[in-house]
Design a binder for this molecule. Structure first.
Ligand SMILES: Nc1nc2c(ncn2[C@@H]2O[C@H](COP(=O)(O)OP(=O)(O)OP(=O)(O)O)[C@@H](O)[C@H]2O)c(=O)[nH]1
Ligand SMILES: [Zn+2]
Length: 277
C-alpha cells in the first residue's frame, strides 16, 4: 500500500494511506543503509512496516520535512517591521529548493497598506500575494493537493495563520506562550496537518536561511532578473558592462531593494566561498 508519512514521534511513523492513519515502523534495512524515513516521504507499507521510500524531490533540514511543494512566506507590515532582506532571502532559498512560493503580508489591519503599495504590486507580479487578516479561504485553496510549510521571522503570525486554517489545532501564539512564561520555541514533533485536500506543517520552516547556493543559482533564484537580455549570457548583474538588470533597476522596472539585497547575497556567498578556501 502506498502512503505519505505525516507524523514522526519517537520512532513511530504515522502514514496516511487509503484515507487512514496507520502507525508504522521502518524496516531495519533503512538503518543499515543510513536512510531514515521522514515526514513528507512517499512510502510503501506492508503490515505496519515501511518497506520502500520513493526518491525525494527536496529535503528540508528545519523543519525536517521532504517533498515540500509550497511555502507560505509571511512578512508582517509592523511588529516586526517589514523585512525585505529576509523576504528576498527566503524566496531565494525556496526557489533553490524548487518549492512553489506564496507570499502573505500580515497585520494589514495595523497600518495603511498604501504605504507599501509599490512593494506589494511588485511582488504580486512575481508570486501570488495574500494580505491578512482575511483571505483564509483563498489560502486554503492554495494548500489543496500540496505539502506546505510556513516561513517567516518570529512574530509575523505563522501560528495565527495555521490556527485560522484549522482552529482545532489550537497552536500557541506568542501572546499565549509569553503569558504562560514558556519559551517561545518549545520543541515539538514534526507533523503535517490535513487542510482540505492538502497538508501543512505546523513547525515553522526555514529556520536555517544560509544561502547554500552558488552565484549562478542565486541569480536564477531572482526570477525577475531571469530572461533579461544582458550583453553577456553569464552576466551576474554585479559590475559587468551591458547589464540590463542594472538598467532596469535605474529606470525603476526592478525594485531597488530587491537588487540591493541581491548584491548583499552575492557578497555573502563570495565571503563564504573564501572562508572555505
Ligand atoms: N493585528 C494583528 N495581529 C496579528 C496578526 N497576525 C498575528 N498577529 C498577532 O501577532 C502576534 C504574533 O503572532 P504568532 O502567530 O504567534 O507569530 P509566529 O510567527 O507564529 O511567531 P513565532 O512562533 O515566534 O515564530 C500574536 O499576538 C498574534 O495575535 C494580524 O494579521 N493582525
Ligand atoms: Zn546583467
Amino acid at each position: 500500500m502506498q502512503g505519505r508519512i505525516v507524523k514522526l514521534v519517537s520512532g513511530d511513523y504515522t502514514v496516511y494511506a487509503n484515507n487512514e492513519y496507520i502507525v508504522c515502523k521502518p524496516l531495519g534495512i533503512f538503518r543499515h543503509k543510513n536512510i531514515s524515513p521522514k515526514v513528507g516521504d512517499l512510502v510503501t507499507i506492508e503490515n505496519n512496516m515501511i518497506i520502500d521510500i520513493e526518491e525525494r524531490k527536496n529535503d528540508l533540514i528545519r523543519p525536517s520535512i521532504c517533498n515540500v511543494d509550497k511555502v507560505f512566506i509571511l512578512t508582517s507590515f509592523v511588529k516586526p517591521d517589514v523585512n525585505l532582506n529576509l523576504l528576498d532571502r527566503l524566496i531565494s532559498v525556496a526557489e533553490w529548493e524548487n518549492i512553489n512560493i506564496i507570499l502573505v503580508f500580515t497585520k494589514s489591519d495595523l497600518i495603511d497598506v498604501e504605504k507599501y503599495r509599490k512593494e506589494i504590486d511588485y511582488y504580486q507580479n512575481l508570486y501570488p500575494v495574500y494580505l491578512m487578516p482575511g483571505n483564509i479561504e483563498e489560502i486554503k485553496k492554495e494548500i489543496d493537493n500540496n505539502i506546505c510549510v510556513v516561513a517567516g521571522q518570529t512574530g509575523v503570525g505563522k501560528s495565527t495563520l495555521i490556527n485560522k486554517l484549522d482552529p482545532s489545532l489550537d497552536l500557541k501564539t506568542q501572546e499565549i506562550s509569553l503569558a504562560l512564561g514558556r519559551g517561545k520555541h518549545t520543541t515539538r514533533h514534526v507533523e503535517l496537518h490535513k487542510i482540505g485536500k492538502g497538508w501543512i506543517a505546523d513547525t515553522p520552516g526555514f529556520g536555517i536561511t544560509n544561502l547554500e547556493m552558488d552565484l549562478l543559482a542565486l541569480s536564477h533564484s531572482f526570477i525577475d532578473f531571469f530572461n533579461v537580455d544582458c550583453k553577456f549570457t553569464t552576466c551576474l548583474h554585479v559590475a559587468e558592462p551591458g547589464c540590463v538588470v542594472k538598467e532596469k533597476v535605474d529606470n525603476g522596472e526592478i525594485l531597488k531593494s530587491r537588487y540591493e539585497n541581491y548584491l548583499l547575497f552575492v557578497d555573502e556567498i563570495k565571503s563564504r566561498k573564501r572562508s572555505w578556501e
